[in-house]
Design a protein around this ligand. Structure first.
Ligand code: CU
Length: 295
């Protein structure tokens, strides 16, 4: 009878263990299959990285966090130690020490070494973002007051992307984040973005893809990213203060499976066929002489 009771307890423990594993697995599987990369209420960490640049940037951020924490704890400890050790009571006659060569050498050399340790992965990442990698497609992004224009030079389509006003939001659409025409791209694609501006300075910022580039009139900035596999929306915002409606020009990159992208492209070519390209769009990539010739 005693044995049976023990066996019962063991089986209950086993059941609880299995249930806990099940719950943890369920939570993680939901998190992994999330269909959108977006800011979350009370979010503490960075958004889940998508693509090689974003995951390397997140790794660098986590590495720096360790270094920053160690330095902060060390400095705090030092301050507390000094406050206690050199307080007035036991030091009625204060020491007049003003130099200590060894300590001065240490506090110069150690920060230099720390900076070198930080610089190596930092430069590696910077070079990766600047690398001229072969890409699958090119998208030209133009910032304007207060919307984005996306142009697919190879497909000869171009369209504006405006935020959906609060009173026009449909179910499942996000306030201040969803747009009428998202930038649609095929999943698993390496994309080169050419980023320019129409008026004031804007900034094309999609945190989960580690994209953050200034959009400046008369200048074309360039960056590439890899959109991973999976049907997903990547949300971003203009993050260069650009005027009264700065907060109302979000960015949505919608990744679709190849076949759905092709379907979208077919429809887009019809839908945006009548959209006349602005002079700005025609001229953005030309030099002054060529513009004169066209005029
Ligand atoms: Cu802006």
């Amino acid at each position: 009878m005693k044995m049976n009771f023990q066996a019962l307890i063991v089986s209950w423990k086993e059941k609880i263990k299995i249930s806990l594993i099940g719950i943890i697995y369920f939570v993680f599987s939901i998190a992994n299959t999330a269909y959108a990369s977006e800011p979350k209420p009370w979010q503490m960490d960075l958004q889940e990285p998508a693509g090689i640049i974003a995951s390397k940037a997140t790794d660098l951020h986590n590495f720096l966090l360790v270094i920053i924490t160690l330095i902060s704890v060390f400095v705090l400890g030092l301050l507390v130690y000094v406050c206690i050790k050199f307080k007035e009571k036991p030091n009625v006659k204060p020491s007049k020490t003003s130099h200590n060569t060894l300590i001065e050498v240490i506090w110069t050399v150690v920060p230099v070494l720390i900076l070198v340790v930080i610089a190596i992965p930092s430069f590696k990442l910077l070079y990766l973002t600047e690398a001229d990698k072969p890409v699958d497609m090119v998208v030209k992004v133009s910032g304007a007051q207060w919307y984005w224009n996306y142009e697919y030079p190879d497909e000869e389509i171009s369209f504006d992307s405006y935020m959906i006003a609060e009173n026009e939001l449909k179910e499942n659409q996000k306030r201040l984040l969803d747009v009428d025409n998202p930038l649609v791209v095929p999943e698993g694609t390496r994309i080169k973005f050419l980023i320019t501006g129409n008026d004031v300075m804007h900034s094309f910022f999609v945190p989960s893809l580690a994209l953050q580039v200034y959009s400046i009139a008369g200048r074309v900035n360039e960056i590439w990213t890899e959109v991973p596999m999976g049907k997903k929306k990547y949300y971003g915002q203009c993050n260069q203060i650009c005027g009264v409606n700065h907060a109302y020009m979000p960015i949505v990159i919608q990744a679709l499976p190849q076949n759905e992208y092709k379907e979208w492209l077919k429809e887009a070519k019809v839908k945006f066929a009548n959209v006349k390209q602005t002079n700005f769009n025609k001229f953005a990539l030309l030099d002054k002489k060529e513009i004169k010739e066209i005029k």
